[in-house]
Design a protein around this ligand. Structure first.
Ligand code: GLC
Ligand code: MN
Length: 289
């Protein structure tokens, strides 16, 4: 959800679709993927009902690696069902897909990637730059690649036991994209001068590894300060859209409405979880105290 909000906030003009595995997501979460939430400040400034968060929710079946030994080489048994990612290649009603992992936040919309002529593009992996990182991919869906990947998945063929190893074994020739499209901060090593030099052109930050901003919390310590800085970019989007509880927002708006400080264009719609999504319109200076 933070990823989609960051794409919308940075002005993407593209349709947003999300692949979901219904056996691991409850229906409330699936509903939340559809609705854009607003910070209190935004809420007071907008005069239209919240737009969609994702335009499309695409259910897919999970594909497990039945020979997961290689996952233990990187101590990541939690990645046992990342072969599911191959479902991207069967989405053939899309000519081109810019795939982005859910543990990414965008700082600027990468819409220009849709103009690439190549059928497969990715960013080098910082751990082994002859390989690409599979967290950001530009692909052209087609059933030929899908069935070839499915055959590898069914036989558990992947040098890391997960999607990245498998995809690198299949797509040997890949178009290299700039690191600014998949900037992976590392707690252990960061090329700080390069980061400072290219910082302003970073499109996407990808929090690889088992620790994520949402699991580590706001106080993280890396050697260079870069990790904290980039983790802070994720929290900034989270706070903008989720920190103010929607329930508080609703009661605040109703309180203000009762004081005749907000005009009547207040929409309140409870969802199945009892949470509420609201939009209020401000007229002139009437909302300022
Ligand atoms: C890297 C990729 C991620 C993938 C994992 C396992 O962390 O960014 O997308 O799932 O490797 O292959
Ligand atoms: Mn990832």
């Amino acid at each position: 959800m933070v990823l989609a909000h960051s794409l919308r906030d940075s002005g993407t003009k593209k349709r947003l679709a999300v692949l979901v595995t219904l056996d691991s997501l409850d229906s409330v979460t699936v509903e939340e993927l559809k609705v854009k939430t607003w910070s209190l400040v935004d809420l007071l400034l907008v005069d239209s009902y919240p737009q969609k968060l994702y335009d499309e929710i695409i259910p897919v079946d999970r594909i497990f690696n039945k020979s997961p030994a290689n996952l233990y080489l990187m101590n990541r048994p939690d990645l046992a069902s990342t072969f599911t990612k191959i479902a991207l290649w069967r989405q053939t009603r899309f000519r081109k897909i810019v795939y982005i992992d859910a543990d990414v936040v965008t700082l600027r919309a990468p819409d220009e990637l849709f103009k690439l002529e190549t059928t497969f593009a990715a960013v080098p992996d910082i751990g082994w730059p002859d390989c690409f990182n599979s967290g950001v991919l530009v692909i052209s869906p087609n059933m030929g690649d899908y069935y070839a990947l499915l055959a590898l998945a069914q036989r558990g063929i992947s040098f890391d036991g997960a999607d990245q190893g498998m995809l690198n074994m299949h797509f040997r020739d890949w178009h290299r994209l700039s690191f600014t499209y998949n900037c992976t901060p590392s707690g252990n090593y960061q090329y700080v001068p390069a980061y400072r030099h290219f910082q302003s052109s970073i499109s996407m930050v990808h929090y690889i590894g088992p620790d994520k901003p949402w699991s580590m919390g706001r106080e993280v310590k890396g050697a260079s300060g870069v990790y904290e800085e980039l983790s802070g970019r994720w929290w900034a989007v989270y706070d903008r859209h989720y920190r103010v509880s929607v329930r508080v927002t609703r009661s605040l708006i109703l309180t203000l409405a009762a004081h005749n400080r907000v005009e009547r264009r207040v929409h309140v719609r409870p969802n199945s979880a009892g949470a509420t999504h609201c939009a209020a319109a401000r007229k002139g200076r009437g909302f300022e105290s």
